[in-house]
Design a protein around this ligand. Structure first.
Ligand SMILES: [Zn+2]
Ligand SMILES: [Zn+2]
Length: 92
């Protein structure tokens, strides 16, 4: 398992470090996955683009990849590692 693929953010085209938190949106038919940074701008793009694709009749599964240092065993939004801001807390 030495081959490591480079992940790029579909919103800003920047590189995503695999050990950093990010979001994956998987096209279940094509087996393709779009990745996005966990930061609010990229997450917003992620939501917009996913809605557009869903409207086109595609089926997706979203994955939240937490930081490699995240201490939560079953991490989700608002995890103690602070990987993803809870949507409510983004404002201000
Ligand atoms: Zn990005
Ligand atoms: Zn986390």
């Amino acid at each position: 398992m030495s081959r490591q693929k480079i992940i790029r953010c579909a919103a800003c085209a920047g590189r995503i470090k695999p050990q950093h938190p990010h979001i994956g949106v998987e096209d279940l038919e094509a087996g393709e996955e779009f990745s996005y940074h966990a930061r609010p701008e990229c997450q917003k793009r992620c939501v917009e683009e996913t809605v557009t694709r869903l409207e086109a009749g595609k089926v997706y599964a979203a994955h939240h990849y937490h930081s490699s240092t995240c201490p939560d065993e079953s991490p989700g939004f608002g995890c103690s590692g602070g990987c993803f801001d809870t949507p409510m807390a983004v404002a201000n």
